[in-house]
Design a protein around this ligand. Structure first.
Ligand SMILES: O=C[C@H](O)COP(=O)(O)O
Length: 250
């Protein structure tokens, strides 16, 4: 059985004033039965981690470089994220793949760097609308998983997030049958590659327009162990009901 995780990705949103949302979230969930993670922009990781140190809310990064240090202007290493207080890092998000041309090989190197720094890697995969329309969804996801994941992935150090690109920030959500098909495929892939004990317990998140009013239905789907939430994670009042829906799911 995989552990449950409600993860929020603030993307490029939030200045110091947004830290009050974290305080509100921690106050609303002093003793949650699921893991809670917020990945704010890099500028807020250290103050957020300091503020949340004694709370139920963990803090993560949104990307890291594959190298530990060096001449890489503007980049942040996994070691730096860990030093700032992050426990996890999102890698291979479609916005990184698109905006920064990140290949699955590059994602693989970043995951290895994250693991070496002691971070949990939250690895994103997902198809575009044209790929889905061409009935290539499972081939695309299978290829992303095969290339992106290094051999040392375990249930403790890796989380997979299925994020159909066409559902991100659009309000369009796949049917539960579509989510079920992809999550079942990912679970099978994980067990075949990493074995029953690790692959069977690796948390599989769904991401893409998760909101308070659709979370319970999504969490009722087999092999959905939580969500990677963008827009609805920015405000505690929106994210909190999603956390509660995950806690209530069986
Ligand atoms: O990382 C989060 C996803 O891209 C989902 O974003 P969204 O909830 O705003 O659709």
């Amino acid at each position: 059985m995989a552990r449950k995780l409600a993860a929020g990705n603030w993307k490029m949103n939030g200045t110091r004033g947004a830290l009050q949302e974290l305080s509100a979230l921690a106050q609303a969930h002093p003793d949650p039965s699921v893991d809670i993670l917020i990945c704010p922009p890099a500028t807020l990781i250290h103050p957020a981690a300091a503020l949340m140190a004694d709370s139920s809310v963990q803090i993560g990064g949104q990307d890291c470089h594959a190298q530990v240090s060096g001449a890489h202007t503007g980049d942040i290493s996994a070691e730096m994220l860990a030093d700032a207080g992050a426990s996890s890092v999102i890698l291979g998000h479609s916005e990184r793949r698109e905006d920064h041309g990140e290949s699955s090989d590059a994602v693989n190197a970043k995951i290895r760097a994250a693991h070496a720094a002691g971070l949990v890697a939250i690895v994103c995969v997902g198809e575009s609308l044209s790929q889905r329309d061409a009935a290539n969804t499972l081939d695309i996801i299978g290829g992303q998983l095969a290339t992106s994941l290094p051999d040392a992935c375990t249930a403790a150090n890796t989380v997979i997030a299925y994020e159909p690109i066409w559902a991100i920030g659009t309000g369009k959500v796949p049917t539960t049958e579509q989510i079920d098909e992809v999550h079942d495929f990912i679970r099978t892939h994980m067990i075949r590659r990493f074995g029953e004990a690790e692959g069977g317990a690796m948390p599989l998140l769904y991401g893409g327009s998760v909101k308070p009013d659709n979370a319970a239905e999504i969490f009722a789907t087999d092999n959905v162990d939580g969500a990677l939430v963008g827009g609805a994670s920015l405000k505690a009042a929106d994210f909190s009901p999603i956390i509660k829906a995950l806690e209530q799911s069986t």
